[in-house]
Design a protein around this ligand. Structure first.
Ligand code: NAD
Length: 243
């Protein structure tokens, strides 16, 4: 089915990757918008919105999408927990795929992390390490945030268990903390490692992205899928049929 796509954040790295992937897949971006452009004027003529812009833009974008009853794919990251909770309540009024990472490999990493956290239990210290290019504006990454959410869920812990880096005399590590470390540098597209370390062994699950095209193709797949869904919040696991 030919769909008419509005791309928000079109002049950014991901925006350009989505436009390129769309051409490869025989899809077309009908409207490309970025900061300062009038989205509301362009919305009536499109079937679906894909957003890779800034977390500050999500609220207004969702209001416009709801007003025009347009399905949306949100790839933007960097929302804090409170902000995200409020935005998800808004987004539930329309069909919405919200994913911190659109790659198939990372979505399998989510599933493997859940299984490992479940089987290995709290005797295995869980730490997440991520690395991204020097231009990234938020930390930890949306993907790392999702990996942490999965570990916290499986361990029945809250966000107060998170340790964002360590410095100084921190004392011994407790079994109820989960570490997160964000490295930044160069042109790294996105690396994530989930580590489970016990006395005598260590399991590491690592995903390395080398091309933004994987996120762009996933977002386009999500856009084609979401246009025929009922209002509600979906993620890439729904799009890929992994649930
Ligand atoms: P970028 O800085 O290269 O591009 C962002 C673009 O959004 C810029 O062109 C900027 O002008 C534009 N923008 C800023 N405010 C805007 C507004 N209010 N309205 C419209 N456009 C606006 O960043 P990027 O590397 O392309 O990443 C964009 C977002 O996507 C980030 O939040 C990033 O973390 C996220 N991301 C998600 C995935 C995923 O799979 N979900 C993958 C990669 C990046």
């Amino acid at each position: 089915m030919a769909i008419s796509i509005l791309l928000n954040g079109a002049r950014g790295r991901m925006g350009e990757a989505v436009a390129l992937a769309a051409t490869d897949l025989g899809l077309s971006i009908s409207v490309a918008v970025d900061a300062g452009d009038d989205i509301a004027a362009a919305l009536p003529g499109c079937d679906v919105i894909i957003d890779f812009s800034s977390h500050q833009a999500t609220s207004a974008l969702l209001e416009s999408a709801i007003a025009h009853r347009k399905p949306i794919v949100i790839g933007t990251t960097g929302h804090d927990a409170e902000e995200k909770k409020r935005l998800l309540a808004l987004a539930a009024q329309i069909p919405c795929v919200w994913a911190g990472n659109f790659s198939v490999g990372v979505n399998l990493l989510f599933a493997l992390t859940r299984r490992a956290a479940h089987i290995l239990g709290s005797d295995y210290d869980a730490e997440v390490v991520e690395m991204h290019h020097r231009f990234k504006k938020d930390a930890p990454s949306g993907t790392a945030a999702r990996l942490l959410e999965i570990i916290l869920e499986e361990r029945k812990l809250t966000t107060s268990a998170l340790r964002h880096g360590r410095e100084g005399i921190t004392g011994e590590r407790t079994s109820t903390e989960v570490g997160i470390h964000a490295l930044r540098g160069g042109d790294v597209v996105g690396d994530h490692t989930v580590m489970f370390a016990a006395l005598g062994e260590r399991l590491e699950l690592t995903h390395k992205a080398s091309d933004r095209g994987i996120f762009a193709r996933g977002a386009l797949r999500a856009a084609q899928w979401v246009v025929s869904q009922k209002p509600g919040i979906y993620d890439m696991q729904d799009v890929l049929g992994l649930k």
